[in-house]
Design a protein around this ligand. Structure first.
Ligand SMILES: Nc1nc2c(ncn2[C@@H]2O[C@H](COP(=O)(O)OP(=O)(O)OP(=O)(O)O)[C@@H](O)[C@H]2O)c(=O)[nH]1
Length: 844
């Protein structure tokens, strides 16, 4: 759920909580204030700047100073509230931008620039333009997720990656903006927060360039999710009105006594023997509905004040035994003690009128606990660490280790040197301890006046209702501690949030610029390519039509020619078929039947030979045609292998022979002989050929035919002699002419069969079909290649058009994102945060 500006509802409720919790105290303070003439208007923060009390003000009366403290506290509270509110709004807006970017990255993988690591020279050039400091906490999402800021801030992070000092950044950033836009190229450096950690060391930049766009998109998705989680954390942290002070130190240094002294109440057990076994957090009872209660918590991360199942309620009178009992330390991780403080706001630390402060007393440091306490101190919500050291014992090894670590993390520690009353040579003791601090934590030593306090917590009067004033040293400690806590609250809550927003917005600006440029270049390239490809595409379309017509024309022309050639060749062969008879030797009258069959076979073979020649001719012609087709297609489509082959033509086994049967009548043939000038009967007699005998019926029929020709009268007169002569003549003639008769008859019969069966046309068509088939194969190949080339071009066109469209959208989106992030960056920069001024103004 989010509001109309996209701010999550959880954030809104946290903001309401902030207002509700802080306003009453603030108003109460204001009720008591003098006219606003004491306040100076500050244009930067649009709030009034409190008057910082000069050293001369120390001479004014305590009542005036208290009044001034209230004024300043009220004003600081107002400034803090204003900064909080504005940062919360900006966190919400940046979260919305991250959401949009995340969704955009899901729809269309965002371009992630793989900028090379800036070399030393470039780095120093950038540094000269953008002042960078290592004094401001700035934790990245991942760093904070895994390594909470140390000891109240995150200085150690700056050792790894320089961050931008917010106040300087405002100036430097605005100097890099022209007309509300980032200078191209200026930001070409590594990302601060959106840096994709590939865990491959120095090769990461190279690897980025080789990674799939989608993989980079996924990495960016994860990174944006991390950012959103961190923004949520920052929101909760900024909206949280409380501050936590961890009191740690050596065993028996007087930590519990010191906490009691701050509370002006004997709440925690103090003993000469080490007695604190648990972390004890003391909170103002107002946040527990005014009820004084002790909650013993087995698991801190599950603790919920309103859920009794997450803690055990312990009676206040059993508090000592709970804390001192070693078993308590084993059973519980922490004790929360809600306590009332009836003192006035400027006197109480817990109930100070500005912020809810919780004090956490911890078990004394020893070699076992030093690490646990260090981890505890690094927790995000710890704003200040107070280290208590006994003036008698100075720093132990464990104490030194703790301070040494803290110093390495560039943390200021508030040091309380307790039990100072037991020291006789106080100056010497001070010198020695300050020298130790100088070595252990130079940063703290620098501010020793404010951060190192020599006191005797045991001397603070804890009697209820006592009017006895604290020793000046302890009173000063309280005042400095309060200012330090409030100053650190800004440092540990607002500055990290502001810096994170600034760095994230700068990264979003870099990403937007890079994507704008990338989209513009893609748009330009795609438009140019499209324009360039258009004529080629249209040419291909024309080539397709042209080629299809040519293939059709060439192939069909060749087929027709082949058919015609074949028909001509076969017709010629059929006309000359009698030539096929020449090689055959006549075997004699008795084998004339066999001779007739050989004649038929010889003619058939002659025709087959011609058909085979026609087929070969067709192959040759087809080959030439295929060559032409292929060359033509290659001219348009480039080189490609030929698919069709003439070797596959006419390979199917088939009987090409024309078979005619030999019949008896084939041996008799009547011809008109020119020499006889008359019609002479040339009859082939039915003879026994190859064991075959003419039938009786046929013989009678022949004779009857002859008699009818001669005539009945003559027949009767010359019957016998004529018959005898004729018979002899006929017989001689028939026998003599039988070879010619059968040859003539069979040739005629063969030719007739050629005509009757459509032998020539059938083979001409078959051979033409064979040629057409190979042309069709090649034609199909050419067609599909042209089609593929056209489809590839069309696909490319579609892709280019899509790319043009999406790059246009991308340009529009990132232009608007850049404008938004730039405007937001200006607003975030305008949130004025000055921790040192706060500390100064709250010193009484
Ligand atoms: N003389 C003197 N004694 C003090 C002072 N502060 C604390 N003590 C004594 O020092 C002893 C230890 O005090 P605690 O407050 O229990 O010390 P601690 O650091 O909380 O102890 P552990 O939590 O058990 O490590 C007690 O006997 C206190 O009375 C002081 O300012 N002066």
């Amino acid at each position: 759920m989010s509001d109309i500006y996209g701010v999550p509802s959880s954030m809104l409720s946290a903001r309401r909580h902030l207002r509700r919790n802080s306003s009453p105290n603030f108003d109460a303070l204001l009720d008591d204030t003098h006219p606003p003439s004491a306040l100076v208007s500050s244009p930067a923060s649009k709030v009034q700047t409190p008057i910082v009390m000069s050293p001369s003000t120390s001479s004014v009366s305590p009542a005036v100073r208290t009044h001034q403290y209230r004024l300043n506290a009220a004003q600081e509270h107002r400034t803090y509230q204003d900064s909080c509110q504005r940062l919360l709004t900006h966190i919400g807006s940046v979260t919305t931008i991250c959401d949009e970017l995340y969704r955009n990255n899901k729809d269309r993988a965002v371009f992630y620039p793989a900028y090379p690591k800036a070399n030393q020279q470039q780095q120093s050039h950038l540094l000269s333009q953008r002042p960078i400091t290592v004094s401001v906490p700035m934790a990245t999402a991942s760093q904070l997720d895994h390594h909470p800021p140390a000891l109240g801030d995150s200085f150690h992070h700056h050792q790894r990656r320089p961050s931008i000092q917010s106040d300087h950044l405002a100036a430097s950033t605005s100097s890099t903006l022209v007309g509300g836009s980032f200078h191209a190229g200026f930001f070409k450096q590594e990302f601060n927060i959106l840096h994709l950690d590939l865990k491959v060391g120095h090769a990461s930049t190279n690897l980025l360039t080789t990674l799939e766009k989608s993989s980079i998109g996924n990495l960016l998705d994860e990174k944006l999710q991390q950012c959103k989680r961190h923004l949520d954390n920052l929101y909760t942290r900024v909206a949280d009105t409380s501050s936590k002070v961890l009191v740690t130190g050596d065993l028996n240094a007087g930590k519990s006594t010191f906490v009691n002294a701050l509370l002006k109440r004997e709440l925690l057990p103090a003993d000469q023997q080490p007695c604190t076994n648990l972390f004890c957090e003391v909170l103002d009872a107002t946040i527990n509905d005014g009820l004084e209660q002790v909650h013993a918590i087995p698991q801190v991360e599950k603790y919920d004040r309103l859920n009794r199942a997450t803690y055990h309620m312990v009676e206040m009178r059993h508090l000592d035994s709970l804390i001192m009992d070693e078993e308590g330390g084993d059973r519980y991780q922490m004790v929360k003690i809600y306590t009332n403080d009836a003192r006035a706001t400027q006197e109480s630390l817990l109930h100070n009128g500005i912020v809810d402060i919780a004090l956490i007393d911890s078990p004394g440091l020893n070699t076992d606990s030093v690490k646990t306490t260090a981890v505890f101190a690094r927790q995000e919500e710890i704003d200040v660490v107070v280290f208590v050291v006994s003036a008698e014992n100075h720093f132990t090894l464990s104490g030194k280790e703790f301070l040494w670590n803290a110093a390495n993390e560039k943390t200021h520690i508030f040091i309380v040197v307790n039990r100072f009353d037991s020291i006789r040579d106080k100056d010497r003791c001070k010198r020695m301890i300050l020298e130790q601090i100088r070595q252990l934590s130079p940063a703290t030593y620098q501010d020793a006046d404010d951060l190192v306090h020599f006191v005797s917590a045991g001397n603070v009067d804890l009697e209820p209702g006592s009017r006895k004033l604290d020793e000046p040293d302890f009173a000063r400690l309280e005042e400095r501690l309060r200012a330090f806590v409030l100053g650190n609250r800004t440092k540990s809550k607002l500055l990290p949030a502001k810096n994170y927003l600034v760095n994230l917005l700068l990264d979003i600006g870099v990403l937007s610029e890079a994507n704008q440029a990338d989209a513009a270049s893609k748009h330009k390239d795609a438009s140019e390519t499209l324009e360039h490809d258009m004529p080629a595409y249209e040419q291909l379309l024309r080539a397709r039509d042209r080629m299809e017509k040519q293939v059709q024309r060439l192939a069909e022309g060749t087929v027709m020619a082949i058919q015609q050639q074949t028909a001509d060749r076969l017709a010629g062969a059929a006309d000359q078929v009698e030539n096929a008879l020449q090689p055959l030797a006549y075997p004699g009258f008795l084998l004339i039947w066999q001779y007739a069959q050989d004649l038929c076979e010889s003619m058939a073979q002659a025709m087959v030979q011609d058909i085979l020649r026609a087929e070969q001719q067709a192959r040759d012609d087809s080959q030439q045609c295929l060559d032409k087709l292929h060359r033509m297609a290659q001219d348009e489509l480039g080189d490609f292998p030929r698919v069709a082959s003439v070797d596959s033509m006419f390979v199917r086994p088939r009987d090409r022979r024309l078979v005619i049967d030999v019949e008896t009548t084939d041996f008799f043939d009547f011809v008109v002989d020119d020499k006889l000038s008359g019609c002479v009967l040339s009859m082939g007699a039915a003879a026994m050929v190859g064991g075959r005998m003419m039938g009786f019926k046929d013989a009678v029929s022949s004779l009857w035919n002859m008699s009818s020709m001669v005539g009945a009268h003559n027949l009767r007169r010359f019957a016998l002699p004529v018959l005898g002569l004729a018979g002899a003549t006929v017989l001689v003639y028939v026998v003599a002419d039988m070879r010619n008769a059968v040859e003539r008859k069979l040739v005629r019969k063969f030719k007739q069969a050629v005509r009757d069966t459509g032998y020539i046309d059938a083979h001409a068509l078959r051979i033409g079909r064979g040629a057409r088939k190979v042309f069709r194969v090649e034609g199909y190949e050419i067609h599909s290649r042209v089609q593929k080339a056209i489809e590839a071009k069309e696909q490319k066109r579609n892709d280019l058009e899509l790319l043009i469209h999406s790059s246009q959208e991308s340009m529009a989106y990132f232009t608007s994102l850049l404008e938004k992030s730039t405007a937001l960056l200006d607003k975030v920069e305008a949130v004025h945060i000055d921790q040192s001024r706060i500390e100064e103004s709250l010193k009484i």
